[in-house]
Write a protein that binds this ligand. Sequence first.
Ligand code: T46
Length: 133
Amino acid sequence: MPRIEWVELNEFQHATGILMAAEGADSIPFEIKRVYCLYDLDPTARRGFHAHRELEQVLFCLHGSCRVLLDDGFEKVEALIDRRNRGLMISRMTWREMFDFSDGCVIMVIASMHYDEADYIRDYDEFLQILAD
Ligand code: T46
């Protein structure tokens, strides 16, 4: 079964607010090359439907919650992401689908590589074939 691996970031509480920081090759287990966000999400939508050949990512819900299905080609597991400082590690060669977006859900993804469409495997049968090779 794909392991649910969490990455916890320290929150610095202050009377005037909270600060949360992420550092590459430290609290984030790889060098950070890219950060992107998803917001204004349709709560009924399902996104993702792909795996990555090499990309490693940590997915945080900065506001609200969502669910992520992880599939290693053998088994599937679902993770609920509902704490802004607890990110879900998504390793390479893991099929992922995101769904159940709460109202106003804001997702931040920290990634180990620049955007590269060639790194995506968007066909599930191809994903299984690559794993079998
Ligand atoms: C992933 C999940 C969690 C860019 O131009 N640059 C980028 O850095 C990204 C991430 C996307 N795009 C473009 C490519 C598409 O035209 O944005 C459009 C939407 O991307 P996509 O359909 O891949 O979005 P999701 O939500 O299905 O997947 C995204 C990431 O692409 C993916 O790596 O793991 O979030």
